[in-house]
Design a binder for this molecule. Structure first.
Ligand code: IPM
Ligand code: MG
Length: 362
């Protein structure tokens, strides 16, 4: 029976990069019999323009009714002055919450072909393969109370709440330990337990969960040190697990180790492994519509989807081999361009991946 994918391109470069991932998916369906149906939906600013909400009920229904979701990106200058409750980002946060996609996997892998594109020395980053597991439906992103209030003095104050219930820490902990079991069995839990009670509890629960995973070596690190260690010696890490906001920040940092944020895919999973897949970069309004964005993070997100949600790891391998082959051949979008390489557009990069898939001998 064929499986259904909800395709939500969103805003900005989201439209361009998702179009390239869809080309790849079409190729796998037409040429290799992958049994997939796709249906598109609106999210973010694009949804706001049509329905005055960044997350229409139809998009929630479509996503719930699908086996997996492919998302581009949300946001852009056009919607920046809207009230925060209807800004494009609320669409993304809303769908994460609606589907309880609490476990966000953000792998940072350095493709050897791109070692020179990193701003860090080649010996620091070559061979990098780390996984950031970010809690995605709790913490300060969702904590109540929140808002901007006016004090008696007439001055305004903005406030947010960093709150984590034990069950939220426990389930993201288990998710991270399970991943560590399939890798090098080293897990670093990142917190700010020296200052924040919510992460003092985080640390305690991680210790407790670790009792069920004696083969995994658990260590703890404060987030400021983790940021420093990521750029000092990123290869010391295997799997990192952290809160929603720390994970947001550290994953951008880890992305740059790999040469470009345009290369990093992600998976956001619920308890049953149903997931939404998206590049970790945003909608990049400054380059939207110019056909110069890098579609590889989205194409690689598709391969994560095939592996994690659709049980089609051989199809995922086809994509990963093809991306390697394209990079070997010297094709580069602008963000990963280096001397001696051939610069290509977003759509040319997508075409090249399709061509490489068709020429593979697997
Ligand atoms: C991300 C993004 C989002 C986040 C924004 C767009 C709401 O930065 O997925 O990392 O902060 O989670
Ligand atoms: Mg982010």
């Amino acid at each position: 029976m064929s499986k259904k994918i909800a395709v939500l391109p969103g805003d900005g470069i989201g439209q361009e990069i998702v179009a390239e991932a869809v080309k790849v998916l079409d190729c796998l369906c037409d040429e290799f019999g992958l049994p997939i149906e796709m249906e598109s939906g609106l999210i973010g600013g694009a949804a706001y323009d049509e329905h005055a909400t960044p997350l229409p009920a139809e998009t929630i229904a479509l996503s719930k009714d699908s086996d997996a979701i492919l998302l581009g990106a949300v946001g852009g200058y056009k919607w920046e002055s809207l009230d925060i409750s209807v800004r494009p980002e609320k669409g993304l946060l809303g769908i994460r919450a609606e589907l309880e996609l609490f476990s966000n996997l953000r792998p940072a892998i350095l493709y050897p072909q791109l070692a020179a594109a990193s701003t860090l020395r080649e010996d620091v980053v070559s061979g990098l393969d780390l996984m950031i597991v970010r809690e995605l439906t709790g913490g300060i992103y969702f904590g109540q109370p929140r808002g901007i209030r006016t004090l008696e003095s007439g001055e305004r104050e903005g406030f947010n709440t960093l709150v984590y219930a034990e069950y939220e820490i426990e389930r993201i902990g288990r998710s991270a330990f399970e991943i560590a079991m399939k890798r090098d069995r080293r897990l670093t839990s990142v917190d700010k337990a020296n200052v924040l009670e919510s992460t003092e509890l985080w640390r305690e629960v991680m210790e407790r969960v670790s009792k069920d995973y004696p083969e995994v070596e658990l260590s703890h690190m404060y987030v400021d040190n983790a940021a420093m260690q990521l750029v000092r010696d990123p290869k010391q890490f295997d799997v990192m697990v952290t809160t929603n906001m720390f994970g947001d920040i550290l994953s951008d940092c880890a992305a740059m180790l790999t040469g470009s944020i345009g290369m990093l895919p992600s998976a956001s999973l619920d308890l049953n492994g149903k997931g939404m897949y998206e590049p970790i970069h945003g909608s990049a309004p400054d380059i939207a519509g110019q056909n110069i964005a890098n579609p590889l993070a989205t194409i690689l997100s598709l391969s994560m989807m095939l592996r994690y949600s659709l049980d089609e790891s051989s199809m995922a391998e086809r994509i990963e081999h093809a991306v390697n082959q394209v990079l070997d051949s010297g094709l580069r979008t602008r963000d990963i361009y280096a001397d001696g390489m051939q610069e290509v557009s977003c759509s040319q990069m997508g075409d090249a991946v399709v061509k490489a898939i068709l020429s593979e001998q697997l």
